[in-house]
Design a binder for this molecule. Structure first.
Ligand code: ADP
Ligand code: MG
Length: 251
């Protein structure tokens, strides 16, 4: 099942029987789900339901207590795995942008390309400029993070992830820290990325985005997947009372 390196035709992410406990606190209580290549899956659910922990388990920022996770054909829960190699193939965007404050936008995009991928300076700069243009910030390469709005900083963070040529992107509430008027530009970049065929797993409270962009929506509560389906099914016609209660609070 794990097959060759590139894993063509396999799921981009496969999670089976995933459990995670912090001491006595069971945060993930048996999660099964998968993301196909090119698919956009939005994870929704109340605060504390385990969404961030799930995302962090996918690239082993948290070590699962039990279960199996395969990413792009590599089992990351295999004790022998070279997790740095796997992480290199996964772009991750958090609520906080985590840009280097003392580096320009361009430098924020070139540093990991040079250090991790060993790209030479001109190549890294060319790719950085392409990705900054892609997120609508072609004119901001010399700006420092403090000179950019929160939305622009988040778009730099997305461009930085894209510059590493990821096979899939994980987003953890990428717009939650932004002023409302800045959310739209970030969502537009994500929408374009989805249209370009990127595999995306997105934790979000933006139901409009989920409805419009997601191929599938997963509703989590209490460390379990309560229901999943198309946006029309889960957001439009939820079957479970807990999903309805959650949606009535966020819509
Ligand atoms: P969500 O992203 O859905 O809001 P989280 O995955 O962040 O939920 O958290 C789920 C639960 O796990 C919460 O009760 C949280 O307090 C707990 N938790 C998360 N990370 C840790 C940790 N490192 N140590 C202890 N508890 C944690
Ligand atoms: Mg979270």
């Amino acid at each position: 099942m794990t097959g060759g390196g590139d894993g063509n035709g396999e799921n981009a992410i496969e999670v089976r029987g995933l459990r995670k406990a912090f001491g006595a606190l069971e945060v993930l209580r048996g999660i099964d789900f998968s993301v196909a290549r090119g698919e956009v899956v939005c994870v929704i659910g109340p605060s504390g339901s385990g969404k961030s922990t799930l995302l962090r388990c996918v690239n082993l920022l948290e070590e699962p207590t039990a279960g199996r996770i395969t990413v792009a054909g590599t089992e990351v829960t295999d004790p022998e795995v070279d997790i740095d190699r796997v992480r290199r193939r996964i772009g991750m965007v958090f609520q906080s942008f985590n840009l280097f404050p003392h580096l320009t936008a361009l430098e924020n995009l070139t540093i990991a390309q040079r250090r991790v991928l060993r790209r030479d300076r001109p190549t890294a700069a060319r790719i950085a400029r392409d990705q900054l243009a892609r997120v609508g910030l072609g004119d901001k390469e010399a700006a420092y993070p403090a000179q950019l709005s929160g939305g622009q900083q988040q778009r730099v963070a997305i461009a930085r992830a894209l510059a590493m040529d990821p096979e899939l992107m994980l987003f953890d509430e990428p717009t939650s820290a932004l002023d409302p008027e800045l959310v739209g530009d970030v969502l537009a970049v994500m929408r374009a990325l989805a249209r370009d065929g990127m595999t995306m797993l997105v934790v979000t409270h933006e139901m409009g985005f989920a409805r419009e962009v997601a191929d599938r929506v997963v509703f989590m509560d209490g460390g379990l997947v309560v229901e999943e389906g198309t946006p029309g099914q889960v957001v439009g016609a939820p079957r479970h009372e807990r999903t309805r209660a959650f949606l009535s609070g966020v819509l």
